[in-house]
Unconditional design. Structure first.
Length: 93
């Protein structure tokens, strides 16, 4: 009973994620500034991490959860690196 409800919920959520990914890609490609592009890619990757968790629940596969955690940590580190670059206009440490 509960498994059917969770599966139905996930099946309704997947198209919403696809629409969000499409909108993020459009914003990343058409963004008037670099900040818009970075924000779109950032939001898309965090949504991708959440989407991986949903897929792990749907497919009952535990390997996708550590993958989502690594992706979220990687994009967080990339955010810090990009913010530092945009602030100082220097590459490094």
């Amino acid at each position: 009973m509960i498994e059917e409800q969770i599966t139905t919920y996930i099946m309704y959520i997947i198209p919403i994620y696809m629409i969000a990914f499409t909108l993020y890609i459009i914003r990343a490609l058409k963004g008037p500034s670099i900040s818009d592009t970075v924000l779109a890619i950032d939001a898309m990757t965090y949504d991708l991490a959440a989407f991986l968790v949903l897929l792990s629940i749907f497919f009952r596969s535990t390997i996708l959860i550590p993958t989502a955690i690594v992706l979220a940590l990687w994009i967080y580190a990339l955010d810090i690196y990009v913010a530092k670059y945009l602030e100082t206009k220097e590459m490094g440490e």
